[in-house]
Ligand binder design. Structure first.
Ligand code: M6R
Length: 366
């Protein structure tokens, strides 16, 4: 079943172009994103919502955090993202015009199911599940659904589920943006074109594997690592750190780069590798000055840039460039090298990549 691959995680990382093609198949020939993609009642429900509440756990939560940047910037819809286990037990203010979006690969995560129930009990009936398991409990509980077509994900570390969730969340953003008159036909056509080209763009990023493998050697004897990003790539830094700790057991933290000075900079020394997600966007200059602060403390930098990011290699600053600069969908590309990095670090350390200690694929108990 593994074919040419050593582990399910590696196989699933490399299946991402196909998983995205399958998930986005319905866009073939489409000129716009129809609400009907999310279910028969979607049009009526979208007409009654003016905010989004996203609920999820782990990697699925990180997908939600990326979506928040899209929903507010592109659709102009206020969005909050909650960790399911926190949301279900906190006293919060409910609004019936909220679209409650739950995100889950398995659709069986106990906290996510309970948090959805909690939201319903508070009077929020407009619910949407983004899920990879069409027959799951979660999908049965929501008014609307979008099924990602990543195929079975066996490795405990979630990879192709994450990128397909992001594709689904981007479609949701476009659907809401169009409804609210925030997207003219030209911008929508460009966005659809970018989505259709995603599988090919991800395939090109996967070609960086040999270089990433070489970097991984340098992480294998480290105890700690810091992942930095800004804007919609801050959740990608969080996801990179989660992947590394989950399968290689190296303590890793993801931080918004602007927070460095407010604490974590104290940790930085030459034994602490710092990974930076540095696409060519409007925050690159800000990020570069954060990276200088790291260098000044002797921290070794591993920077994932774009082909055209204006940033250059120097002593202690290693740079890998993604072949394409991908605008608002860039988080989908930038997570891929971080998945590969954690995979190769785990290989060097000899951990059980597909079944990391203490973890289960599906967390069906609280
Ligand atoms: O099945 P779900 O998407 O609801 O699972 C949520 C988390 O348990 C999951 O994403 C977990 O964080 C992964 N093992 C991370 O790789």
């Amino acid at each position: 079943e593994l074919g040419q691959y050593r582990h399910y995680m590696q196989k699933e990382i490399f299946e991402q172009p196909a998983a995205l093609s399958a998930t986005l198949e319905m866009l073939e020939g489409a000129r716009s994103v129809q609400p009907g993609l999310f279910g028969a009642n979607a049009e009526a429900i979208f007409a009654d919502v003016n905010r989004v509440l996203i609920i999820a756990c782990g990697t699925s939560y990180h997908a939600g955090l990326v979506a928040r940047y899209w929903l507010e910037a592109i659709a102009g819809v206020p969005c909050v993202v909650e960790i399911a286990s926190e949301y279900r037990y906190r006293e919060s203010v409910a609004n019936p015009h909220t679209l409650v979006v739950t995100i889950s690969q398995s659709g069986e995560t106990a906290d996510t199911l309970a948090a959805l129930q909690h939201a319903k009990n508070l009077g929020m009936a407009h619910s949407l599940a983004i899920c990879n398991a069409p027959e799951s409990s979660l999908v049965r509980e929501t008014a609307l659904r979008f099924i990602t077509r990543a195929g079975p994900e066996i490795g405990v570390a979630s990879t192709k589920a994450f990128t397909t969730q992001l594709a689904a969340l981007y479609l949701l953003t476009l659907a809401l943006a169009t409804r609210l008159g925030r997207l003219d036909a030209v911008r929508e056509a460009n966005a659809l074109q970018a989505l259709r080209h995603l599988p090919a763009a991800v395939a090109r990023v996967l070609e960086l594997e040999p270089e990433i493998k070489a970097w991984a050697e340098r992480f294998s004897d480290k105890q700690h690592a810091l992942f930095l990003g800004r804007g919609r790539h801050y959740p990608i830094a969080l996801e990179g750190a989660l992947k590394l700790k989950e399968i290689s057991y190296i303590h890793a933290e993801g931080y918004p780069a602007g927070e460095l000075k407010h604490g974590p900079l104290a940790l930085v020394d030459r034994n602490m590798p710092v990974v930076a997600v540095a696409p060519n966007d409007t925050l690159l200059e800000k990020l570069k000055s954060n990276l200088q602060e790291v260098r000044a403390r002797g921290g070794e930098l591993y920077v994932f840039a774009d082909a055209d990011s204006e940033i250059s290699e120097s002593e202690g600053v290693h740079i890998l460039r993604l072949p394409e600069h991908y605008g608002s969908l860039s988080p989908l590309l930038h997570v891929v090298p971080l998945q590969l990095l954690s995979y190769h670090v785990a290989l060097v350390r000899g951990t059980d990549v597909d079944k990391p200690r203490n973890l289960a694929k599906s967390v069906t108990v609280e």
